[in-house]
Design a protein around this ligand. Structure first.
Ligand SMILES: CC(=O)CC(=O)SCCNC(=O)CCNC(=O)[C@H](O)C(C)(C)COP(=O)(O)OP(=O)(O)OC[C@H]1O[C@@H](n2cnc3c(N)ncnc32)[C@H](O)[C@@H]1OP(=O)(O)O
Ligand SMILES: NC(=O)C1=CN([C@@H]2O[C@H](COP(=O)(O)OP(=O)(O)OC[C@H]3O[C@@H](n4cnc5c(N)ncnc54)[C@H](OP(=O)(O)O)[C@@H]3O)[C@@H](O)[C@H]2O)C=CC1
Length: 292
């Protein structure tokens, strides 16, 4: 089985920075690429802040933080993955974006390098098919926030070979995560169940069953969820939630996955949740205020 000794990450958003965080703390050199230099700088600042939080809770030492931060390099050029063993794509949840990323990436890789997508929903088999190495392509789906959540969902495409699967299982263990293996169906396991629940919560708001606070309080105190579904939608990103619903709706051809028109409207307004400062809550206020 090939051992993964270095990691490349494409996309420096909330997932990319989390994957860089846990990989660097586990001792792996990390190269992170994004199309935007400000996104890379923001990611480094977020990683430093989240590690500071871990120091405050005595989970890591300041020396571990300093060593980990030194292992992370950033660039806007895919050529920086020339010697990398394993590249994980964590760019925006749009199939055409991911296809373009993988097509542009392959010529820069060494022949034996393995590839993964952190996609929340898109077919691993279809993404693998645009690369020059579908047998060394896999789904490695981290959960948000990556430094805290224990699970990595591993998804095999139709062509994924056994050494790649075993190398990724071993990597997940090295990062301190547990794995659950899913077959390559739309949205896999976690989001097949979780995101329709969020969509249903948006329907409950749309139909006036409850207001934002009532819906979130009901699910937090009534079902012991750590966050209410609308708060969680803001945390994930409403654009990502909508993309997952569209993949389920298109992929399974069942009207029960119809994205709620209110979710569509929020995304069209650019109210994407915490990452844009406004979604079902307005984060410019403390505590965040409901937007309906
Ligand atoms: C869409 C997809 O494709 C798949 C997905 O990811 S779906 C989303 C899955 N994630 C969830 O469902 C998250 C649900 N929410 C939660 O579990 C919790 O609200 C939460 C863990 C995010 C925060 O918990 P909290 O108790 O409100 O916050 P807080 O007390 O500040 O933090 C709890 C712990 O998390 C740590 N933490 C929180 N956010 C962190 C971050 N971004 N980075 C590092 N550590 C973090 C804190 O240091 C703390 O650690 P300890 O308890 O070990 O000391
Ligand atoms: N949010 C979540 O809870 C989870 C998300 N995921 C998945 O992880 C992936 C990333 O999500 P998330 O981090 O939340 O999204 P974000 O929007 O936070 O980050 C995506 C990043 O990718 C960048 N990007 C876009 N196009 C390219 C490109 N061509 N090359 C390099 N970088 C690019 C974006 O730049 P710019 O902003 O300039 O467009 C942005 O910095 C998605 O596939 C998502 O479904 C998986 C698990 C949980």
């Amino acid at each position: 089985m090939p051992e993964i000794r270095s990691i490349g990450i494409i996309g420096a958003g909330q997932m990319g920075n989390g994957i860089a965080h846990v990989s660097a703390l586990a001792g792996l050199p990390v190269a992170m690429v994004d199309i935007s230099r400000p996104a890379l700088d923001k990611a480094l600042a977020t990683i430093a802040r989240n590690m500071e939080r871990q120091i405050g809770r005595k989970l890591i030492t300041p020396e571990q933080r300093d060593e980990a931060l030194e292992r992370i390099t950033t660039s806007t050029d895919l050529a920086s993955f020339g010697t990398t063993d394993f590249v994980i794509e964590a760019a925006t949840e749009k199939e055409e974006v991911k296809r373009e990323v993988f097509k542009a990436l392959c010529p820069h890789l060494k022949p034996e390098a393995m590839l993964a997508s952190n996609t929340s929903s898109i077919s691993i088999t279809r993404l693998a098919a645009v690369t020059d190495r579908p047998e060394r392509f896999i789904g490695m789906h981290f959960m948000n926030p990556v430094p805290v959540m224990k699970l990595v969902e591993v998804i095999r495409g139709i062509a994924t070979d056994e050494p790649t699967y075993r190398a990724v299982e071993a990597l997940a263990r090295k990062l301190g995560k547990m794995t659950a293996t899913a077959q390559d169906f739309p949205a896999f396991i976690v989001n097949r169940i979780l995101v329709p629940m969020i969509n249903e919560a948006v329907y409950a708001l749309y139909e006036g069953v409850g207001d934002i606070r009532s819906i979130d309080t009901a699910m937090k105190l009534g079902a012991n969820h750590p966050m209410g579904p609308l708060e969680l939608a803001d945390f994930i990103g409403l654009d990502t939630c909508l993309s997952v619903m569209q993949v389920l709706y298109d992929g399974l051809s069942d009207s029960k996955y119809r994205p709620c028109p209110l979710l569509v409207k929020y995304v069209e307004a650019g109210w994407l949740g915490r990452k844009t400062g406004k979604g079902f809550y307005d984060y410019s206020q403390d505590p965040p205020a409901p937007t309906r």
